[in-house]
Design a protein around this ligand. Structure first.
Ligand SMILES: Cc1cc2nc3c(=O)[nH]c(=O)nc-3n(C[C@H](O)[C@H](O)[C@H](O)COP(=O)(O)OP(=O)(O)OC[C@H]3O[C@@H](n4cnc5c(N)ncnc54)[C@H](O)[C@@H]3O)c2cc1C
Length: 309
């Protein structure tokens, strides 16, 4: 794998059009954990062609990369200087209400705006209210609640895949076994660029009230005003307790490691309460997972995507 200097040369000399390149980007602006550190490479492809050329170039040169949306479910190791962060540009940030029941949405479209725009058109996505990030990030992790998740409403995605060593753009029709509880698993998928959703219209007032209810519930139960990335662990499928209940039963609320702490409000949230480094958060997550394993013999799986550790 090439080192930082070589990566810089490759990206700077790639000649890819419609590609914005930033060196030493501020992580606080990219990830909701708001870690005060620098990312050596942030690249923003402005259209699908630039994204195809970029991913092909990175794959050809064996350079690790990570695509982000709102960075609200990701933890990247800032000490690892050999990762290129890709964030989709403005052209991936659109929504279109097509014929009855069909919605087309760019992968970089903001989730809160999505819920609101859908409400205006009488589509009920209230279960997503209060979840930060982008539609692409949500589909990539099948975000939602215990009642509903986004992929249930996705008909197909426009995406990049790797096929016979080439990056190709294609549409993929979602099948039931492509997704499950907080995962999407499509072979050779590199990036999602657009999402085609199907949904029946609902009573507008009902949608409005459900959005309010959902936000009220989240405000009451989750530390929405702190620097977190949502639930850190998935709920274990082999337990009748949630990850939060297991962690709470070990009296870990408020437990600190460096600048990171288990939220006092919701035991499955890790907060950056005071200048936490990526490593603080990562180490705290390992301590929690280790204690749950030792005490309950349950392996907690990360819901937050961990990169570069
Ligand atoms: C306060 C708070 C509350 C939350 N509540 C919930 C909740 O109730 N339910 C829930 O499910 N989640 C919740 N989350 C987690 C998070 O907001 C969601 O998972 C969200 O959908 C992630 O979107 P994002 O764009 O920020 O993803 P990112 O963190 O940017 O990325 C997440 C993953 O998606 C991949 N990805 C992103 N964009 C693309 C793309 N275009 N193509 C391919 N892969 C891509 C990334 O590589 C990464 O693996 C919460 C987070 C916070 C901070």
């Amino acid at each position: 794998m090439p080192g930082e200097d070589k990566i810089k040369k490759i990206i700077d000399n790639s000649g890819i059009k419609n590609l914005k390149i930033y060196h030493d980007a501020d992580m606080r602006k990219l990830f909701t954990f708001r870690i005060n550190a620098i990312i050596p490479f942030l690249v923003i492809p402005e259209n699908a062609e630039a994204l195809v050329s970029l991913t092909a170039c990175l794959l050809d040169n064996n350079i690790e990369y990570f695509i982000i949306g709102g960075g609200s479910n990701s933890l990247i190791n800032d000490l690892n200087k050999n990762i290129v962060i890709i964030k989709l540009g403005r052209l991936f940030d659109s929504i279109d209400f097509k014929e009855e029941g069909s919605i087309e949405c760019g992968a970089a479209y903001n989730m809160a705006r999505f819920v609101t725009e859908c409400y205006k058109e009488s589509y009920n996505f209230a279960f997503l209210a209060g979840i930060p990030g982008t539609l692409g990030g949500a589909v990539a992790g099948n975000s939602g609640t215990k009642f509903s998740s986004i992929c249930e409403f996705v008909d197909r995605i426009e995406c990049l895949k790797i096929k016979s060593n080439h990056v190709v753009k294609e549409e993929h029709k979602l099948r039931k076994n492509d997704f499950g509880y907080r995962f999407l698993n499509i072979e050779n998928l590199l990036a999602i660029t657009k999402i085609y959703l199907k949904k029946e219209r609902a009573e507008k007032e009902l949608v409005f009230n459900e959005i309010l209810e959902r936000i009220k519930y989240k405000k009451a139960s989750q530390p929405l005003n702190k620097f977190t990335a949502g639930c850190f662990f998935k709920n274990p499928l082999n337990s009748n307790k949630t990850a939060a209940e297991l962690i709470d039963s070990l009296d870990l609320k408020g437990f600190q490691y460096g600048g990171a702490a288990v939220s006092k409000k919701h035991a499955n949230f890790i907060e950056n309460f005071k200048d936490a480094s990526s490593m603080d958060i990562y180490n705290l997550s390992r301590i929690i997972a280790g204690m749950v394993k030792d005490n309950f013999n349950i392996e907690l799986e990360n819901e937050v995507k961990i990169v570069g550790f």
